[in-house]
Design a protein around this ligand. Structure first.
Ligand SMILES: Cc1cc2nc3c(=O)[nH]c(=O)nc-3n(C[C@H](O)[C@H](O)[C@H](O)COP(=O)(O)OP(=O)(O)OC[C@H]3O[C@@H](n4cnc5c(N)ncnc54)[C@H](O)[C@@H]3O)c2cc1C
Length: 402
């Protein structure tokens, strides 16, 4: 559908990658972002081979690789080594995992869009859809201006405004868990001999403590803890994020019950790079597209998922690439069917990730007062997640397209 003009709401990782992916399919687009710059939250993120393959195809991988820390496995411990979870493996999946600052990835994506002359309009907050017909959609911005395109894509995150057009009353659901993270120099850690990093140490009373290298040379580590919490609302979480003393206390609570490596990690914490992440999800949605298929949502707007298998951003990249490929193959007459096929295929992958999350949770739930005895530690078979050829995948979905 080469003549379609797409408006992308949101210049986060989904929106920026989507614009690049649409350009690859010769589909013109413009991005509209509410803020003065792309949302840069949470410090560094972990990219797995499925996403890296997509970014490679978009010409981005080569440019980000040098900025990130490459690794293969996440190591899990209780009072002893429990298991490892593969996050990448060059031999098996073509790519090692990459832990990279979100802003580095944003910068590379924005430069690539600039090189291709794709417009990102900042300070343009989408408010609502005005009209939708079989051939176009119009909408309003907060500044009073309006827009018009053949297709409007909501890549506007977990609290999506575009989604309200499809689901006016839907609110993301809190999962009763919260994580706090900070960044410290790797040289601060002591008692490291018994551990392989990146790691998670689980304590039945104080939750899970994470230590993960970042920067290309691994010279700094993210430290983080997650545990159960009760809902206090978006404003409440925002207040806690700015209450650095509370965040530091959260990280330090119970550290004496963890091994020395954790005590050393929390011994000095700068307030500058503290993050708080309350885990919300978007429940399974019946449709990601509007009645006339002119409004579509993807990324966190469509399916924000828990962080267990580290697939939030990675699944968003899968959405973006497969959506652009399908859009390029559809015409006015079969767009509705094409989008149905896309969502069905993508939801099946999201469901598989949710199933994996549940399997991981079941294994890591403290049993028998934290003992790991008798727990299943067989490595997960992750080829289905990390190895797909997305062009072949889309082709297989489209055999039914009329
Ligand atoms: C603290 C924190 C840490 C995280 N760490 C990880 C991690 O390590 N790994 C991982 O996989 N996931 C992580 N996540 C989840 C991850 O951030 C999301 O899965 C990912 O950012 C989704 O990308 P997105 O582009 O769909 O949405 P977002 O990143 O939320 O981007 C949405 C964009 O839309 C813009 N926008 C919103 N509303 C409007 C509007 N009305 N008009 C115009 N623009 C609008 C926003 O300003 C933003 O730029 C983390 C989340 C948080 C909060």
């Amino acid at each position: 559908m080469a003549s379609i003009e797409v408006a992308v709401i949101g210049a986060g990782l989904s929106g920026l990658a989507l614009a690049l992916s649409l350009h690859k399919q010769s589909i013109p687009c413009t991005i509209y972002e509410a803020r003065s710059a792309s949302l840069d939250i949470g410090g560094a993120i972990m990219l797995s081979p499925n996403a890296l393959r997509i970014l490679d195809g978009l010409g981005i991988y080569r440019k980000i690789k040098a900025h990130g820390f490459e690794f293969q496995d996440l190591h899990f411990y209780t009072d002893k080594p429990l298991e490892l979870f593969e996050f990448g493996n060059k031999e098996k999946y073509q790519y090692d995992a990459l832990r990279i600052y979100r802003h580095e990835l944003i910068n590379v994506l924005v430069s690539a869009l600039q090189e291709k002359g794709i417009s990102i309009q900042y300070g343009k907050k989408f408010t609502r859809v005005l009209t939708e017909s079989e051939s176009e959609v119009t909408w309003a911005f907060e500044d009073g201006q309006t827009g018009r395109a053949a297709c409007l894509v909501g890549a506007d995150g977990i609290h999506s405004r575009v989604r309200r057009y499809l689901y006016p009353d839907l609110e993301p659901q809190f999962t009763n868990a919260v994580g706090v993270t900070a960044v410290v120099p790797t040289s601060q850690l002591t008692g490291t001999e018994a551990y392989k990093m990146p790691l998670t140490i689980m304590n039945p009373s104080y939750g899970a403590f994470v230590i993960a290298q970042q920067l290309a040379d691994g010279s700094e580590v993210l430290i983080g803890k997650q545990k159960r919490a009760t809902e206090i609302g978006r404003d409440g979480w925002n207040q806690l994020l700015h209450n650095k003393a509370w965040c530091v206390d959260f990280l330090r609570q119970g550290s004496e019950s963890f091994p020395e490596i954790v005590g050393s990690a929390v011994s000095k914490i700068s307030p500058d790079e503290i993050n708080l992440w309350p885990f919300y999800v978007v429940p399974r949605l019946d449709t990601w597209a509007s009645k006339h298929s002119r409004v579509v949502i993807l990324g966190d707007a469509a399916h924000a998922i828990p962080p267990t298998a580290g697939q939030g951003v990675n699944q968003a990249f899968e959405d973006v690439y497969t959506f652009s490929t399908i859009l390029a193959k559809c015409n006015q007459a079969n767009l509705e069917q094409g989008l149905e096929i896309w969502q069905k295929g993508r939801q099946a992958r999201i469901d598989q990730v949710l199933k994996l999350n549940a399997q991981i949770d079941a294994r890591r739930m403290p049993q028998d007062h934290g003992s790991s005895a008798g727990l299943d530690t067989e490595p997960f078979d992750l080829a289905w997640l990390y190895s797909p050829d997305f062009d072949e995948m889309v082709e297989s979905w489209l055999v039914d397209l009329v």
